[in-house]
Design a protein around this ligand. Structure first.
Ligand code: PMP
Length: 424
């Protein structure tokens, strides 16, 4: 059985990672300290969602406890406080992404809604029959299906930039795919299956050279690396709060002021208008134009707390720690006969997909769960990726800032035990 991860201050000094006090960090995450099936929880499904630090939970609770009112409406203290906190969250996100202004940050439900917003806008205002939308082969369904809907509505077509067997985008094919009919490129920053960190700044540079806007899906990037949307140069950048230690139900669409202003409204309702008469409505400026109805105020406040938390740890430390875990896990898994690693791009993020002989990943995940280890199995909402490798499904362990070397070793041992069970 794995040694319990220390949460006691006296033991932190002997933590398994020099210069990085993972034991202290773990004390901030209440959900990590529980047993499942009588075993200590080893949570390795961070690509699906992350656990939440106490600061995030407290921020959400404090909004509901003391500041619960609607935003932008009441001329009374509680509403002022709620509005201030909501606006501060927007400012924090702008800072986090290095956006030029707060107005470039739209709060949405998550990465999925953000992409749907942009795709629906393109369908209504830009796409014509025969136009092209360029995606990559490693997109999450969230960055495929909204574009298919947009194409079905307009007669536009999807083109696909492939990746090689390591999981690296075939950039030498990009220029040929960027044609006079390409209206947008939508590409993931980090693949949720392969862990590949894509050269999005280079993709943006080449697309912009032809006047083509670029949307970047940052759902799997923001937990692992610092993002500077101005340095990337992208027109749109999307992410979900829950994958970066924030609440579920809140996410972000970043767009340059110009790119957001080019989109028609998405949903109609309160707060997104300037004037309404029955014949005609005039719309509020960005970002309100895209935030119809009461937003997820508590979610935004929780997201701010999450981004503050991540900042106190620091991306250098997070990346260093996660890469160490990834290297350890890759090494341990490579030593297990019949393990095939899926996605081996250089410099990849801490996402480790694999298959184990003929064992179905779902069966494997179930056996590991009995040992307290939570991993994901399936097509990971990226069916074209698993199809590339000729398998119906893969298993995936994904590491976060609070995982430990002991957990990685326990996971590798659990895999060996599972393999023995399947061989019986
Ligand atoms: N894009 C990528 C790369 C993802 O990994 C995910 C979530 N797995 C999404 C988009 C969608 O995120 P959400 O479900 O939070 O909207």
């Amino acid at each position: 059985m794995m040694a319990a991860v220390s949460t006691r201050p006296a033991e932190r000094a002997t933590g398994d990672l020099p210069r990085y006090d993972v034991g202290a960090l773990r004390t901030a995450f209440p959900a990590l300290h529980q047993a499942v099936h009588g075993q200590p929880l080893v949570y390795l499904d961070n690509g699906a969602t992350t656990q939440k630090p106490r600061a995030v939970i407290d921020a959400v609770v404090s909004y509901y406890t003391t500041d619960c009112a609607n935003v932008h409406r009441g001329a009374y203290l509680l509403s002022e406080r709620a509005t201030l906190r909501y606006d501060a969250a927007r400012h924090r996100v702008a800072e986090f992404l290095h956006a030029a202004t707060d107005q470039e940050i739209v709060f949405v439900r998550g990465a999925t809604e953000a992409i749907n917003l942009v795709a629906a806008g393109f369908a209504r205002s830009r796409l014509q029959p025969g136009d092209e939308v360029l995606l990559s082969e490693m997109e999450h369904h969230s960055n495929i299906v909204p574009w298919q809907l947009a194409c079905e509505a307009t007669g536009a077509v999807i083109k696909v930039l492939p990746f090689d067997d390591q999981g690296v985008l075939e950039l030498d094919r990009l220029d040929a795919l960027l044609g006079p009919k390409t209206r947008i490129v939508a590409v993931t920053h980090v693949s949720n299956v392969l862990g590949t960190v894509n050269p999005v700044a280079e993709i943006v540079r080449r697309a912009h050279a032809r006047g083509i806007p670029v949307l970047v899906d940052g759902a799997q990037a923001v937990p692992h690396l610092p993002v500077d949307v101005q340095a990337l140069g992208c027109d749109y950048y999307v992410f979900s709060g829950h994958k970066v230690y924030g609440p579920t139900g809140i996410g972000v669409l970043y767009g340059t002021a110009e790119a957001l202003q080019a989109l028609p409204p998405y949903q109609g309702g309160g707060d997104m208008v300037r004037t309404v008469t029955f014949p005609k409505t005039t719309y509020a400026p960005i970002p309100s134009r895209f935030e119809a109805g009461t937003p997820d105020i508590a979610g935004a406040i929780g997201l701010k707390a999450a981004l503050d938390f991540v900042a106190t740890v620091g991306f250098d430390a997070i990346a260093d720690h996660e890469h160490r875990l990834l290297a350890l896990a890759s090494h341990a898994l490579a030593a297990i006969p019949e393990v095939r690693l899926v996605g081996t791009a250089p410099g990849k993020a801490s996402v480790l997909a694999f298959t184990l002989g003929n064992v179905h990943p779902h069966d494997l995940a179930t056996i590991l769960d009995r040992q307290g280890v939570a991993i994901r199995a399936g097509h990971h909402c990226a069916q074209p990726v698993v199809k590339h490798y000729g398998v119906p499904a893969v298993a995936r362990a994904s590491f976060a800032l609070y995982n430990t070397e002991a957990e990685v070793s326990f996971f590798a041992d659990a895999l060996v035990k599972a393999q023995e069970i399947f061989k019986r």
